[in-house]
Write a new protein. Structure first.
Length: 397
């Protein structure tokens, strides 16, 4: 089944709210084994909503509309679906009774307006709303299913999970589902990962391979259609093995974890974080993901007059360890911007020193990073976390 999601709401087009419903729906439809090929946003305009439905009907078996079910005159999604499919809107009596009970002691005009939320297409399958007022429906017309859901995320998710999902599961019957696995890599760029895996990507079979980057880390997403999780894992195994042979030194997770999450689960004794001339990103993220923050004994952020050299870094890092009686720590030192230092692309580089202490063994590594101030400090912090995790792994801890 091919699906399309249409978000209805001028507030989304204007950037006044973020369309989180699209992400949720994409994940849920994939879990059902439905192929989501298109997503769109249309404003609160009857003609344009009908135009979006017309386009979707030509290329999708399932069209999911989110939003535009409220009591105001610009909530037109149900009207648009009814007009497009040549159907009639009728009142669901149970939903109407709920609205009447809620608004019986208020202004009569409010009651009249809110009754619109009880509308559904005659002959369609009702989608009840136990956490709000606006009901939805699932309507089939000329071979395409049209699902209409509320816009507020809490109502939309509840209606999808408890009403629409079981219906779609029944309609779809026995089928394959899309399964995904995520490999996470640190201290390497997306282009390097893609180049290392280019033959696997070019010749991918059942398992699709897609690398994509976030600041300071790279994810390789593997996806396959299978009848069960066990079948999917069997298909993943050979590809994972091949990727690990090529990129093992950069791999830090096979479970879609962030570096902060992996670090936070280590429960390292006598562990501290020391930052100099940074934005504090390293300490903030490590503390945020640490389990109760019990294993981070000390976190200090200082300002020192740049430029810093390696001897100064080693001295201040050692002093930090001794003062806190720490045997494990990460140090991150932003030395200064180097106007004369340029990358191959001509961009200015920023120099950092990364201090590592694992089981009392200290090392200091020099690294240069490219980018704006915000991105550079994130890259440096994530590289520091990655290098510490690898040193920890090498020590056998």
């Amino acid at each position: 089944m091919k699906a399309e999601v249409i978000a209805v709401g001028t507030e989304i087009l204007l950037g006044q709210i973020i369309n989180t419903n699209a992400q949720y729906m994409a994940e849920e439809l994939a879990d059902l084994g439905v192929d989501l090929y298109f997503q769109g946003v249309v404003g609160d305009n009857l003609a344009r909503v009908k135009e979006a439905l017309s386009i979707a009907s030509k290329r999708s078996d399932l069209v999911v509309c989110c939003g535009g079910l409220g009591p105001t005159e610009d909530d037109l999604t149900k009207d648009a679906v009814a007009e497009f499919t040549g159907s009639k809107l009728v009142i669901d009596k149970e939903a109407e009774a709920k609205i009447i009970d809620l608004f019986k002691d208020r202004n009569p005009s409010l009651l009249t307006a809110n009754k619109r939320q009880a509308n559904m297409i005659a002959g369609s399958r009702l989608l009840k709303n136990d956490v709000g007022l606006a009901v939805g429906f699932l309507h089939q017309y000329q071979g395409t299913y049209y699902a209409v859901l509320p816009g507020p995320p809490r109502e939309m998710k509840y209606m999808f999970e408890h009403e629409l999902k079981p219906m779609l599961d029944d309609i779809l019957g026995k089928r394959t589902k899309l399964y995904s696995k995520y490999l996470k890599f640190g201290d390497i760029g997306e282009s390097s990962v893609a180049d290392t895996l280019k033959d696997l990507i070019s010749n991918q079979g059942k398992v699709s391979i897609a690398p994509y980057a976030n600041i300071g880390e790279v994810t390789v997403r593997l996806s396959v259609k299978a009848h069960s999780e066990a079948e999917a894992e069997s298909n993943f195994a050979r590809v994972v093995s091949e990727i690990k042979q090529r990129l093992a030194e950069h791999l830090y997770s096979e479970n879609n974890d962030s570096l902060e999450q992996v670090l936070g689960r280590q429960q390292i004794a006598n562990f501290g974080i020391f930052e100099v001339n940074t934005t504090g990103y390293l300490a903030h993220r490590a503390l945020h993901y640490d389990d109760g923050n019990d294993n981070v004994q000390l976190s200090t952020i200082k300002r020192m007059q740049p430029p810093l050299d390696k001897a100064q870094v080693e001295s201040s890092f050692t002093q930090f360890l001794e003062q806190g009686a720490l045997t494990n720590a990460i140090g991150l030192f932003h030395c200064h911007d180097l106007p004369s230092a340029r990358s191959a692309s001509g961009k200015t580089t920023k120099k950092f020193y990364i201090g590592l202490c694992v089981a009392g063994k200290i090392s200091v590594i020099e690294r240069d990073f490219i980018g704006d101030r915000h991105a550079v400090h994130i890259r440096a912090a994530k590289t520091a976390m990655f290098l510490f995790l690898k040193a920890l792994e090498a020590s056998g801890k």
